[in-house]
Ligand binder design. Sequence first.
Ligand SMILES: O=P(O)(O)OC[C@H]1O[C@H](O[C@H]2O[C@H](CO)[C@@H](O)[C@H](O)[C@H]2O)[C@H](O)[C@@H](O)[C@@H]1O
Length: 278
Amino acid sequence: MAHDQEPQHDVRKSASSGAGILSGIGAEPQKWALFLDIDGTLVDIADTPDEIVVPPELPKHLDQLSRLLGGALALVTGRALPYADRLFSPHQFPIAGLHGAERRSAAGTVDRVEPSGAFEELKTTIAGQARQWPGILIEDKGLAIAAHYRQAPEYQQAVEAMMTHCLDLSGPDFTLQRGKMVLEIRPARASKGEALKAFLSEPPFVGRMPIAIGDDVTDEAMFRVANEVGGHSIRIAETAAETVATSVLASAAELRAILATLGAASSQPDNSSGKEAS
Ligand SMILES: O=P(O)(O)OC[C@H]1O[C@H](O[C@H]2O[C@H](CO)[C@@H](O)[C@H](O)[C@H]2O)[C@H](O)[C@@H](O)[C@@H]1O
């Protein structure tokens, strides 16, 4: 079956709990690689992109977990790399940003698509158009641009028409990415699934089973890849959600609690799993 034909189902009705899968990491940390989305997965959704709150202990817990996994923990996000890095400072993790359009490997090598001058002009057009709709927030992410309508949902259709028109102007190298009350134009050749594949081909991820965790449409691409290679996919879903993910967690808060427990257990001095970590 082709990946894009993998049937979706309502995760709240037919998926198992992701808690059991994650609790298995502690017993065999050398077996797993963890791929984590940020917005709606590690941190709660906020009214605007800059209003998210990173719980103070979260960066430390991610670092502990990364060590337990021998470094096989990556962030896979729609955010730009520098923004995402700031969220978890002082720790830095392997990361794919802009839905896979830029990626920093565990070795620190960064790959990214270079923006064209034409795209810079298009972003100016989008920002100008958006000014006519109070509450529509434009997020310029370099190689991608997002139009958020969370503050003004009444303009959703108008924003969608404008972004669709601008996508036509941007040519075949770009695509429209839907998300939670947001429409983005981003490089077409990127996806979170491709990013996950690239990580899995390199140390320290190579040979490990992926566990991909996300909450949104953009995460479906990495769920498909995780499922295809025999790993696990966990959708964060408080309500019904059509997905290919095989497991579910109810909220970002539930995930954070599990990660905190795993991280704390791995940092205990008498934990043999923790001793394997780098
Ligand atoms: O792939 P992710 O890490 O989940 O990033 C997806 C997008 O997240 C951000 O937008 C979303 O979260 C905002 C803060 O909670 C919220 O206000 C907005 O409505 C959501 O769409 C981010 O701003 C985007 O750039 C990311 O692509």
